[in-house]
Design a protein around this ligand. Sequence first.
Ligand code: ZN
Length: 147
Amino acid sequence: MTTGASLEELYREVILDHFRDPRNKGTLPNPTGTFSGSNPVCGDEVTIDLVVEEGRIVDVAFRGEGCSISQASSSMLAERVVGMPADDSRKLAAAVRTMLQTGDEPVDDVGDLDALRGVAKFPVRVKCALLSWNVLEQGLNELAPAS
Ligand code: ZN
């Protein structure tokens, strides 16, 4: 293990790919709810449209602006949680948050999101990566409250 993180390590190919070619970017015609958040420290903004039916996320779209970490994290979120039960996506959000805050291996299978783990070495950037997950959780708490 080397000490000290490099920027190259942070901007892994998978992050750049999501930044350049974001998934599920845009708006939905009839969202069940629309939720926004911002990270003033970096100037990141994210808005997420959600369609939630019977406790399941049926569709997701996001839009926003800001640094590559915030936008790539949003794209990865949007790609990952479509079709997922709200409770599972809440668990995923918790696993991603812990991973970002500790830099430890995720407790659940988070798939491609593991690429964001390097962000933990850059505390200022953790907020960028967490922004969309906070917005998602806020939306789920309103649309599909945990029982
Ligand atoms: Zn940012």
